[in-house]
Ligand binder design. Structure first.
Ligand SMILES: Cc1cc2nc3c(=O)[nH]c(=O)nc-3n(C[C@H](O)[C@H](O)[C@H](O)COP(=O)(O)OP(=O)(O)OC[C@H]3O[C@@H](n4cnc5c(N)ncnc54)[C@H](O)[C@@H]3O)c2cc1C
Length: 341
């Protein structure tokens, strides 16, 4: 967990073999069409992604991870059933809105509620449980070697080209790995600022520690209004389903017993001292663009102006994806695999 400088905003990321997929909720969405359109807009972000090939990568990842809608046999939290009932009563299931149980890479969920600590029953088909073992089975354990508690500290450069990674093991020993091609996948918080500058003056600041990243975020009135609107909608849904009392996550105790009372949420949330804010979906920092002026990596995931290196994780998103990001990170990785020499 990382805090913003004013300690009012938390960002979460998993630090373990398998990354955040080990502790996430496994909810899967494809990148929305309007977001991909924005990413590829030649006058705008100009990511240069090949849409049919990226869609094919999504299909591959869905199949590989067994992404499926989590119904009808999944034991849902009883609160979810109440929320669904209330949302239906309010007509929130009518187009353009949709109301479904989510799709996720979970098989035979027991409903234990331990997703965010790592499923103890192995039901979540995470990178740790599925992708890494499958890669070792397919390519051999010597070809796919996993070093846990091994921190990449520095990218090694020879004549300007990245030729390996210098790492430190948890017992203090060091390890240098030589590579024709290096792929940086530390996630948005670790990789932000790792690649700085464009073209001739590009340089790499690898091995940034999470706690070295200074994070500032102050929600503006628009952000707070959207947050309040969401809280009101959830409150209305639960009241419609028969809740006697709903309590939003404001610091002030705010028991609400009828629809009229929901207006109090907007009056209570004046700034970030009134409510806890956090994100589990950090993205961007090394945006992809064909233009070195607009982005850090090109459409083959290579930082502009640096040879021998690729970046592939949520940091290359050109803008916020607006939905849960993991499937897009994975689809981009599968798409990138065909483009990495
Ligand atoms: C509680 C929670 C719930 C979530 N639920 C969902 C969900 O339901 N659906 C969804 O789509 N997304 C969800 N997410 C977000 C999603 O898991 C992430 O967006 C996604 O995993 C990001 O992938 P990544 O490859 O960019 O980074 P990560 O998955 O974070 O992987 C980065 C890896 O790099 C390692 N690393 C970093 N620096 C170094 C270094 N210097 N040396 C060595 N290793 C390093 C980290 O330890 C980590 O293992 C959730 C996140 C959280 C925290």
């Amino acid at each position: 967990m990382q805090l913003s400088s004013d300690a009012r905003f938390q960002v979460l990321q998993g630090m373990c073999v398998g990354g955040t997929t080990v502790v996430n909720n496994a909810v899967c969405f494809d990148v929305p069409g309007r977001v991909l359109e924005r990413w590829n807009d030649e006058e705008g972000l100009d990511a240069g992604l090949d849409e049919p090939e990226l869609r094919a990568a999504f299909a591959r990842m869905r199949q590989r991870l067994g992404v499926r809608r989590q119904e009808p046999n999944v034991p849902l939290n009883p609160g979810a059933a109440k929320f669904t009932e209330g949302a239906r009563k309010l007509g929130l299931d009518r187009p353009p809105a949709e109301l479904h149980v989510v799709e996720a890479n979970i098989d035979d969920c027991l409903g234990s509620g331990y997703c965010n600590m790592g499923c103890p029953y192995g039901k979540k088909l995470s990178m740790l449980d599925v992708t890494l073992p499958n890669a070792q089975a397919e390519f051999g354990a010597d070809a796919v070697r996993v070093f846990s508690e091994c921190e990449a500290e520095k990218l090694v450069r020879t004549n300007g080209r990245v030729t390996g990674v210098a790492c430190k093991l948890s017992d203090g020993r060091t390890l240098e790995i030589a590579a024709n091609t290096t792929v940086l996948s530390g996630g948005a918080m670790a990789c932000v600022g790792s690649v700085v500058g464009t073209r001739r003056n590009a340089h790499v600041k690898p091995g940034k520690k999470l706690w070295d990243v200074k994070l500032d975020y102050k929600p503006d009135r628009g952000d707070l209004d959207r947050l309040v609107h969401g809280l009101e909608l959830i409150g209305r849904s639960f009241l419609a389903a028969g809740a006697l009392k709903v309590m939003p996550t404001t610091f002030k105790y705010l028991p609400i017993t009828d629809e009229g009372g929901l207006e109090e949420i907007g009056r209570t949330v004046r700034d970030n001292t009134d409510i806890q804010l956090h994100s589990s979906h950090p993205q961007g920092g090394n945006p992809m663009s064909r233009s070195a002026e607009k982005g850090v990596v090109d459409s083959r995931f290579r930082p502009h102006g640096i040879d021998g290196l690729h970046v592939c994780d949520a940091s290359v998103f050109p803008s916020s994806i607006t939905v849960n990001p993991q499937l897009t990170v994975m689809a981009l990785a599968s798409y990138a695999a065909d483009r990495i020499e």
